[in-house]
Design a protein. Structure first.
Length: 310
């Protein structure tokens, strides 16, 4: 049985179709229309094009930078604001004649890396996206754990653990709270901190490159960043004790993280030791869209019959 995964963001919609072995057989992207009816129509058009070209019917999973509320059944917290407050899974299901599953994009990332990525073979994978923002997702036995409120894994909107006096009440987050983990360990937060101490850079990778050239400000900024990341992930380990943590997003491309972090985690993990592997993602920018396709487990695909999809 074939699967379709869709990554729906504020600027683009990307679709991939995977065959039964998880091999990509179709991929296409297009700009996201900035209205709800147009977005629905664009998704339907992409699905029909993929199925017409391959001659296959498929299950459909969609990753969004938000969640579907378990209380209202409507999208919330999405930066593609025109889909907030809409029962998107139900509307698309009616248009396509089958069930459509929607999950947070960080959860899709976690599932993708758990199924056939860096966390393959691990029972509980915590996926982290360190980019413009900071997202987290939980995959248990290759399935999303969204939680009763649909916010499972949103560790980035907890306060940074073990804050210093300098850190306390020093940042404001878009969510309305102060000192969220996101404001310190996202790519944006890393750059913000470097600039606040007198440096000039546009990305974490640039800061690390300057550190390698002997820039003292950059070196100090990285030391603050890696210690904050260790504290933040130790909180996850102390709570979930995942079998693996997989990093994604632009910051995950800083190789020095994987060299330095293992030595710092035991300082904050209960018991003073830590065997949790922190891994770089395998599928890169494709992890989210692949994970959306994996929202359907193999045993569930029989429910998506050609008759049901007609």
């Amino acid at each position: 049985m074939y699967r379709i995964g869709i990554d729906l963001g504020g600027t683009k919609i990307e679709l991939v179709m995977l065959d039964g072995a998880g091999v990509e057989v179709f991929r296409k992207r297009r700009p996201t229309p900035r209205d709800y009816p147009g977005t629905l129509a664009a998704v339907v058009e992409l699905v029909k094009e993929a199925e017409a070209e391959t001659g296959q019917r498929a299950s459909i999973g969609i990753g969004i930078p938000g969640v579907v509320s378990s209380l209202s059944g409507k999208v919330k917290n999405c930066n593609a604001t025109w889909i907030n407050g809409q029962p998107m899974d139900k509307d698309l299901g009616a248009m396509l004649g089958r069930e459509v599953r929607i999950a947070n994009d960080a959860n899709c990332f976690a599932v993708s890396e758990a199924v056939d990525g860096a966390g393959a073979g691990k029972a509980l994978v915590f996926g982290v996206i360190l980019g413009t923002g900071c997202g987290g997702g939980i995959a248990i036995s290759h399935k999303v754990h969204a939680g009763g409120n649909g916010i499972g894994g949103e560790w980035g909107h907890n306060p940074l653990p073990w804050m210093t006096a300098e850190e306390f009440n020093s940042t404001r987050c878009f969510c309305g709270n102060a000192d969220c983990i996101e404001t310190f360990v996202s790519g944006t937060g890393f750059v913000r901190d470097f600039r606040a101490h007198g440096g000039e850079a546009t990305s974490g990778i640039e800061i690390v490159a300057r550190m390698a050239e002997g820039d003292a400000l950059a070196g100090a900024a990285f030391e603050r960043f890696i210690d904050r990341l260790a504290r933040a992930l130790a909180q996850v380990i102390n709570t979930l004790d995942p079998d693996a943590i997989v990093l994604g997003g632009g910051v995950s491309n800083i190789d020095l993280i994987y060299q330095r972090l293992p030595a710092l985690l035991p300082k904050y993990v209960l018991g003073g030791e830590c065997a949790t592997p922190v891994l770089k993602n395998h599928h890169g920018a494709s992890s989210g869209v692949r994970g959306a396709a994996w929202l359907w487990a193999p045993g569930e695909l029989a429910a998506i019959s050609p008759e049901a999809c007609a």
